[in-house]
Design a protein around this ligand. Sequence first.
Ligand SMILES: *Cc1c(COP(=O)(O)O)cnc(C)c1O
Length: 455
Amino acid sequence: MSRTLPLQASAVETSTGPRRFHVYTLRNMHEIPGLERMSAEERFAMQVVANVLPFRVNEYVINELIDWEQVPDDPIYQLTIPQRDMLAPESFNRMADVLRGDADRAEVQRVAREIRGELNPHPAGQMDLNVPEFEGEKVEGMQHKYRETVLFFPSQGQVCHSYCTFCFRWAQFVGDKELRFASNEADTLIEYLRTHHEVSDLLMTGGDPMVMKTRNLAQYLEPLLAADLDHVQTVRIGTKALTFWPYRFVSDKDADDLLRLLEKLVRAGKHVALMAHYNHPNELATPIAEEAIRRVRATGAEIRAQGPLLNHINNDAGAWATLWRRQVQLGIIPYYMFVERDTGARRYFEVPLARAWDVYRSAMQQVSGLGRTARGPSMSADPGKVEIQGVTEIHGEKVFVLRFIQGRNPDWVQRPFFAQYDPQATWLNQLKPAFGEKEFFFEEEYRRMLAAKQA
Ligand SMILES: *Cc1c(COP(=O)(O)O)cnc(C)c1O
């Protein structure tokens, strides 16, 4: 590693007792140690943004992942602490005025809701298109977009140990009930899976399912061991706990129970994968983070790593190459590099697709084959996951070469298609078909899918 982090606690903690989870939110953000070095104006800006976008960071992240000497450029600081430019200047000023005035709480909330409404809170058809039906009823807390994989949002998992400033699911965390995506129906999930033999993968997500007590997690996962759920071969758990709270796997009260639960699934023949969210090699620099990885891997579960490319955090091929090398060293399989999604604080984090491809390619060139298992840069767009395969010139026209990694129609997967090169474009809906074609090959069918759902 290029630097060492200040270590107040380490794996040693496991022998001196568990570490207490202490979290900072909008209410007590002024108590964060380290912020006293910021100006009053900077602290006010943080507060303005935190009244619109969700804010939550725990003391492990503050004390051991953020290098306060590098603030404000420190990547983990940018990952967790609100910054003025995450809001458009008009929106920022509106909220700042409200907070400076004598507005009551209701007024602050009203303005916050209005600003949030302008931030495309539900990208990629999450609210409608992907929610499956069972016996004629919409199944809340579930998404079934790609044939093989069901996403499930357990209601107790609708929070994280810290929030990422760029989170594409931010709307779930700001308390607007109707924007939420959750379920407390283990039974409905299991029933749904029983009758859907095309589903090979269950992906538990959130929030972060690892905020749940092991006994609650077991409620969802143990039923999968029944004979009539043999077709669900893979259990994936999307989590950032390996970064934000590795104690979950080491010294929390039910850490050992959790590992036993994973082991039980593995022994029963399931492929168990933690889909670990990583953004920067600094997240892998503490002894406790290593210890958590070691313990998870000892259960026979795999760890696959994914995360978006983000301006201000990891917009740098060297950081990605280091991240992938370090992951391989620790036994983690690099899986996806995502494009920052078209929601929330995108204005602050987004990177042009052309730049994303440059970073990806340059990082790939710096690692061995084992680090090259990360696909991307990939956009999780309405029609599917679309990867930028490259930039090239065909018959004198500069183009993006694209392909579906996942598609609403499985038949779209792996078909190359072409868009006019656009150095500024940051998302699929800004791209135009190359070679004078009117639309991309999937668009007509996609429109029909939308119409059918809305009918
Ligand atoms: C990414 C994603 C999945 C999983 O896709 P894989 O390519 O199998 O990892 C499933 N559902 C949705 C909605 C997704 O965005």
